[in-house]
Write a protein that binds this ligand. Sequence first.
Ligand code: C2E
Ligand code: MG
Ligand code: MG
Length: 610
Amino acid sequence: LAEGKGVAVLEFFFPEALELDKSLLELAGHIGSQLARVAERRRAEETRQASEERIRAVIDTAGDAFVGMDAAGLVTEWNREAEAIFGWARHEAVGRPMADLVVPEDLRTAQRAGLQRFLDSGEAAILDRRLELRALHREGREFPVEVTVWATRIGSTYGFNAFVRDISERKRLEAELIRQALHDPLTNLPNRSLLLDRLAHALARAQRNGAPVTVLFLDLDRFKTVNDSLGHTAGDRLLAAVGRRLADSVRPSDTVARLGGDEFAVLLEDTPTGAALDVARRLEEALESPFSIDGHQVFARASIGVATGEGGKQTADELLRNADLAMYMAKGRETTRHASFEPGMHTAVLERLEMEADLRRALQAGEFFLHYQPVVRLADASVVGMEALIRWKRGGDVVSPAVFIPVAEETGLIVAIGQWVVSEACRQAAAWQREHALQPPLRLSVNLSARQLQDPGLVPDVEQVLNACGLDPNCLVIEITESLLMSDPDVAVQRLRHLKDLGVRLAIDDFGTGYSSLSYLRRFPVDVLKIDRSFVAALGAGPEDAALAHAIVKLGHTLKLNIVAEGIETPEQLSELRSLGCEYGQGYLFAAPLGVDAVAALLADRRTMR
Ligand code: C2E
Ligand code: MG
Ligand code: MG
């Protein structure tokens, strides 16, 4: 019917209508088309309804919240997602002021003013753009949203609609990504980028207010040996634990960063140089007690470089590099482990780098040689042994081991150098033994570094050398400094036991300068204690000073150890040591370290230093 088939229909129902005259037919046609128009309107209405339902369904199932309000600011639209993200049901929201429901209180005035401005002047600040705003949840918490608002106009009345998306999760991920980019995953500390950024800001502030900015650069000593001996997982744990201790030792406003590897840095703002050195000492102290890693006691001391900058004088990079240089200079130091940057350090570091390079060639070039210092029995000054002391002929100079051994330790060259010392000294001792038919046999002392004790090849090497030169293992004394034993007691104890098993004797060198407790001392299978020079030098100064040397001698005797006093220079020191019951000694009073020829002459002659 709707398609204007009025005549055909009439024919069907009223066949006799064919008989009807034309005017009637026209009328019928007219009725038919009227019917068709009505049907069309209904169909249009149905289509409109269907499409509205479709739109509503789309809006309702949309991932975004869809909200609408009228020009008075009252809610007109509120879909399911809007219910979810704002916490208000549709029937609660519709008809109430939009601002009261979703706009945080501090933004409401601005929101109202914006709406009014638009209604008055058509000036649209927020329409048709994607905006990030704060929104309010029914429970009062605020959350970030992304909003697109557009205005509709029917006649002269405005309405506003918006899609709103909760972007809390995206924001959280963004923040996390930024955090990750600026932090070290292992320690959770700021990384180099963040440190440099904060440093640059601090320097900019310093330029305005004149306050100093200080950077401490820390590098762990011998971290590599931890990694090598306990594995990387243990190494990682140690780094994380070190990071925590460092962070706990400074103010929350200071930045502790991990630069990479075993390097850390601390940024101190507004701290005068003196106070910065206090912080350096505090950090040293914080790292003094051992860490417990996988059931091992591990020491992780650090060398610290301190550099203070003023705004406008240097960049963040330069300041960090200065602190790094100062750290490098601190590395070799024995007592304090920190150093402040001085401009002369650039050349000093260059010299040190040159020394490293030369040291690498020295072994091949045969530039090392040994001096031997007699060890005597104090009662009659007879020579009972020799301590082998290394020397380096570098160009025209002879370099002291006190200068190059720390560098050799740093670079790991000490392992190869130490091997050479052991084999050269043993070869020499065996030769003297044969040539002079020494009775009792001469004891030969060799100094060993921490790094060598960490080397798994040490014990087989020593064994091989002893066999090759035919030296009685009991004639070899290996000297280890006390601080070395303490740096990794577990590995040390094990290695020393294996050396003992070869029949070698063990001595603790420079005793009294390290940190060893008596209980530790008992764990090490040592035979000899060497009293450090400083205690001997103090002898004769007053009764308290003698008391220390006296205590060490008594301790040694209680533990059934031989005692050797180092650095005896005066007859007074000698007689005092004798009266304390110390049996052995060495020092300039008897002989300085001697060349091979001088030793041979001494042995051939009478073997006593009187
Ligand atoms: P050390 O083992 O304690 O050696 C004693 C040092 O004191 C030697 O210095 C010696 O020359 C010096 N000395 C001896 N008698 C006196 C004295 O009466 N007065 C004074 N003021 N000093 C005296 P040197 O030869 O310069 O050695 C320094 C340190 O270098 C040694 O201390 C030792 O720790 C280390 N060292 C020497 N040779 C080697 C080596 O072959 N390997 C390793 N790893 N370290 C070595
Ligand atoms: Mg020694
Ligand atoms: Mg010594």
